[in-house]
Design a protein around this ligand. Structure first.
Ligand code: SF4
Ligand code: SF4
Length: 287
């Protein structure tokens, strides 16, 4: 292990077992529910679950694309599971969630790249849980306006598509994506009158000036909400951590993003794109 791999002391969370967290944890165990929060060992689970927010992964556990920072396996996905939207909606109901983030793997093996699956999951969650907000964190659907329209029609409270990194290193880190195409997806969502969101992961080799210019690009593209996070290397097979961004730099970046005009901003070493997503959404509505 090289010194850079040693996590700084600010990358730590305290376990705080609140009543809502404990109740949800028991439920998830007895009902055999699957959440990203638990399965990815997310450090924010105590906070998010206490707020009755959680994240679900759809489309299977294999992704057809490969991004250098991502812990999801690349491979040939399983068959399309048309019952998945119903199961996710029923998990949201069982857990009594106030806000659910749904994230899908890229399904470039399917003619619709998983557009129906994404849209149907949003629709079924809404139908079964009228008071629950849904955030859809999706792939780019190759920027295809017809596929994107299918997804937008399901009217998630927030449509998120993450650029994750800056243009100079984008192609190396996300070979199956294009920076400009991702910005275009956000613009199409904005034009469909959805609230839009994106994420930047820091610590992968970008410079401070490049962060500023990516924030400006995102805002210009029509992005309403932004989260900025620290890269944590999932395994030795993944891209090494290039830098640890200090908490005070995250504060500076948050202030800069607010100045640029984003409606909602969260930036910090332990922030995830779905961290306190419901609160951030509610906050941006009040702006
Ligand atoms: Fe991970 Fe998404 Fe990239 Fe697939 S497309 S490897 S799920 S970040
Ligand atoms: Fe779950 Fe996302 Fe919160 Fe982590 S940040 S606990 S994955 S909702």
């Amino acid at each position: 292990e090289t010194p850079i791999e040693r996590k700084p002391e600010w990358i730590k969370t305290k376990a705080r077992f609140g009543p809502e967290y404990k109740a949800l944890q028991a439920l998830v165990k007895t009902q055999e529910l699957h959440t990203v929060c638990q399965e990815a060992g997310c450090p924010n689970i105590f906070e998010c679950w206490e707020d009755k927010e959680a994240t679900f992964l759809i489309g299977g556990s294999q992704c057809t694309r490969r991004c250098d920072f991502c812990q999801i396996d690349t491979g040939k996905p399983a068959d399309y599971d048309r019952d998945e939207p119903r199961r996710v909606a029923s998990s949201v109901q069982t857990m009594g969630l106030r806000y659910a983030t749904v994230t899908g793997v890229a399904r470039d093996d399917l003619p619709d790249e998983g557009a129906w699956l994404h849209a149907e999951t949003v629709r079924q969650i809404h139908a079964l849980n009228p008071g629950t907000g849904v955030e859809l964190l999706a792939t780019d659907f190759s920027g295809d306006p017809a596929l994107l329209e299918l997804v937008f029609e399901s009217r998630p409270e927030v449509f998120a598509h993450n650029v994750e990194t800056v243009p100079r290193i984008f192609k190396r880190i996300r070979p199956a994506f294009r920076y400009e195409r991702s910005l275009g997806v956000i613009t199409q969502a904005r034009d469909a009158r959805l609230i839009t969101k994106s994420n930047l992961i820091l610590g992968m080799g970008e410079t401070r000036a490049e962060i500023s210019s990516a924030l400006q690009d995102l805002h210009d593209a029509g992005c309403d909400i932004i989260t900025v996070t620290q890269y944590l290397r999932p395994s030795p097979r993944h891209l090494p951590v290039a830098s640890w961004v200090r908490p005070e730099e995250f504060v500076e970046i948050r202030e800069e993003a607010e100045q640029i005009g984003f409606l909602g901003v969260l930036a910090g070493p332990l922030v995830r794109s779905s961290y306190r997503a419901g609160r951030l959404w509610a906050q941006s509505l009040r702006r």
